[in-house]
Ligand binder design. Structure first.
Ligand SMILES: C[S@@+](CC[C@H](N)C(=O)[O-])C[C@H]1O[C@@H](n2cnc3c(N)ncnc32)[C@H](O)[C@@H]1O
Length: 213
């Protein structure tokens, strides 16, 4: 990928986005250590199903790496220490360019460490992978679901809630409460109903209660 092409895939990361990377990285660090020391755990699987390109610039123009690059670094190192366990990471984004860029930042698979890239709609991918990942003996997964917008496909996530694994959904509620109030088109209303239908968010938005965060 030429320098000019690659720039298209390096987004700006605001301070709260950088904090999100730090928090998820810290969580992965503890999650993997506990499970790798558990004798019944044979394989760890980390999935960032909306992984983006893995590289950003912060508000000072400095390079910052996103969750997939950080997860790869931590889990690759862990695989070299726990050679009797398998560690798999799965990165997906609907943008082909972002996934191609991410591939340039992630080294090859090695030994007991396996990396897979996909370029699909994440909800379709989660449906496709559910039988391989959910409910298999000895496999423990952490699924990171991180959309920019208020689009959460609960049906795609449900199998991952119902088995021995963990799901992190990153979602900015304050943005949505404002957006739900302002939604006018049938498409926008239906998007918010399927994400938040029957929840407190819809009530908060209707009553125009100020959300303080
Ligand atoms: C907030 S960024 C992800 C950041 C990344 N998880 C991290 O922590 O470094 C959201 C990404 O989701 C992707 N995306 C949005 N909807 C998607 C979908 N339905 N399927 C796959 N990727 C999607 C976008 O292209 C964008 O790159």
């Amino acid at each position: 990928m030429s320098g000019k092409d690659s720039e298209k895939f390096i987004d700006k990361a605001s301070p709260h986005t950088v904090k999100k990377f730090d928090l998820v990285e810290g969580y992965i660090e503890s999650w993997k250590e506990i499970l790798l020391q558990t004798s019944s755990c044979e394989e760890l699987i980390f999935i960032d199903c909306m992984s983006s390109s893995g590289e950003y610039t912060d508000i000072d123009g400095k390079t910052v790496y996103g969750t997939p690059v950080r997860a790869d670094k931590l889990l690759r190192k862990a695989a070299s220490r726990y050679t009797n366990k398998n560690i798999s990471v799965i990165f997906n984004d609907k943008s082909a360019g972002k996934i191609e860029y991410l591939k340039t930042l992630i080294p090859e698979c090695s030994g007991n460490y396996h990396v897979k890239f996909y370029n699909e709609d994440c909800n379709t991918l989660l449906h496709e992978l559910r039988h391989k990942i959910c409910g298999a003996n000895g496999k423990h997964y952490l699924l990171f679901y991180d959309p920019y917008q208020a689009i959460i496909d609960w049906d795609a996530l449900m199998p991952y809630f119902n088995h021995w694994g963990e799901v992190i959904i990153n979602h900015m509620l304050s943005d949505s409460i404002r957006a739900v109030r302002e939604a006018k088109s049938p498409e926008a209303v239906s998007k918010y109903e399927s994400t938040y239908g029957g929840t407190e968010i819809m009530r908060l938005a209707e009553l125009k209660i100020l959300y303080v965060h």
